[in-house]
Ligand binder design. Structure first.
Ligand SMILES: [Zn+2]
Length: 105
């Protein structure tokens, strides 16, 4: 399989989560994930990361929370603009946010 197919799958995995994809793209992606263990693993990791984000509760001093929320919003927009690579950057920021939360009473 050529790199362009994997890149297309990566793009569709991110796009499906954010804005949705057409039925034709869904069918193409499902078929690709059935045939490609690497992309299927990446899709599974993305799904798992998103689930873990949904389970996070936030308890920070208001100013720190507002600032961090603003950074997260910027990162999320980057994720929307740059596909899965942006999504991974966003998740990296979120992990930092979680560490920060643990460090703050
Ligand atoms: Zn692939």
């Amino acid at each position: 399989m050529n790199k362009e197919l994997h890149a297309r799958a990566e793009e569709l995995i991110a796009q499906e989560r954010v804005e949705g994809i057409s039925t034709a793209d869904q069918l193409w992606l499902r078929q690709h994930l059935a045939d490609c263990a690497g992309c299927a693993a990446r899709a599974g990791a993305t799904e798992q990361a998103i689930r873990s984000l949904r389970g996070i509760s936030v308890s920070l001093p208001k100013t720190l929370a507002n600032r961090t929320h603003a950074y997260a919003a910027i990162a999320w927009r980057a994720a929307l603009a740059h596909g899965l690579r942006g999504m991974w950057n966003f998740l990296g920021l979120w992990r930092s946010y979680r560490s920060l939360r643990l460090a703050c009473p």
